[in-house]
Design a protein around this ligand. Sequence first.
Ligand SMILES: NC(=O)c1ccc[n+]([C@@H]2O[C@H](COP(=O)([O-])OP(=O)(O)OC[C@H]3O[C@@H](n4cnc5c(N)ncnc54)[C@H](O)[C@@H]3O)[C@@H](O)[C@H]2O)c1
Length: 260
Amino acid sequence: MGGAGYIGSHMVKMLAQRGHGVVTLDNLSTGYRDAVVGGTLVEADLPTRRRWTGCSPRSGRRGDALRQLHPGGRIGARARPLLPQQFQHTLNLLEAMVAHGVGRFIFSSTAAIFGEPDYVPIDEAHAKRPINPYGLTKLMVEQALADFDRAYGLSRSACAISTRRAPTPTANSASAHDPRPTWCAVAAGSLRPPRGDTGVRRDYDTPDGTCIRDYIHIVDLCEAHLLAIDYLGRGNPSAQFNLGNGSGFSVQEVLDTCNG
Ligand SMILES: NC(=O)c1ccc[n+]([C@@H]2O[C@H](COP(=O)([O-])OP(=O)(O)OC[C@H]3O[C@@H](n4cnc5c(N)ncnc54)[C@H](O)[C@@H]3O)[C@@H](O)[C@H]2O)c1
């Protein structure tokens, strides 16, 4: 699900490279057809059950793992809140999975479910107190997943992702489209630098005033998702894994690195 997007397209590629049969369901709202470099692309909208219930036979056997990207597709804490719809769409997807005997679900969650951290690094036992609609929606999905597990035995792994912004050494067409590694593209000369205000906030209580974030490389992120698939495939119970590299870098440090 969402395999034409930034994370999803790398997941598709790595899954295909490892011999998995892959079916991508994507409405291409923020994704790109040519980013899907493995398996089959089914162009369909998550809320439109008619198309995607038909995915199951092609996706293979019972027990296939399904990785779901955020149903709204708009990531980030400032994303337009579409809470009830997004949540309902995910419930529809989960119902279809149960109906088609797909028993494993890998959910790309977010560190935003934790809200303001009591301590860092944030571990899996940290209290979940989201402070924005994005984190709240993800948490609602995690809670629904727990209910589906109890009711139908749908095992799931939720991967709480911190932040990953990195050019990929295994770059495929997705990275060319993706607006997020913009500074890397500027440094590489494939994009003109933005004019005027770059939008970088400089009023944080940090040595250089810019936000310090825990960045994780896209390939490491996908490796972690693959490990989560293997984990459930071995019959382990549902679990949550927080992903990050454990050390933060300020936005300015990243810009300086990109600018060489
Ligand atoms: N990028 C990050 O730093 C980050 C951090 C934490 C969590 N996440 C989560 O990872 C997931 C993917 O992030 P991304 O950066 O790859 O985003 P992305 O926008 O590049 O990819 C999302 C994909 O989902 C598709 N999509 C959106 N709505 C859809 C719908 N209704 N039906 C079918 N397809 C739909 C889009 O077309 C797109 O291909 C999201 O759930 C996001 O919340 C990302």
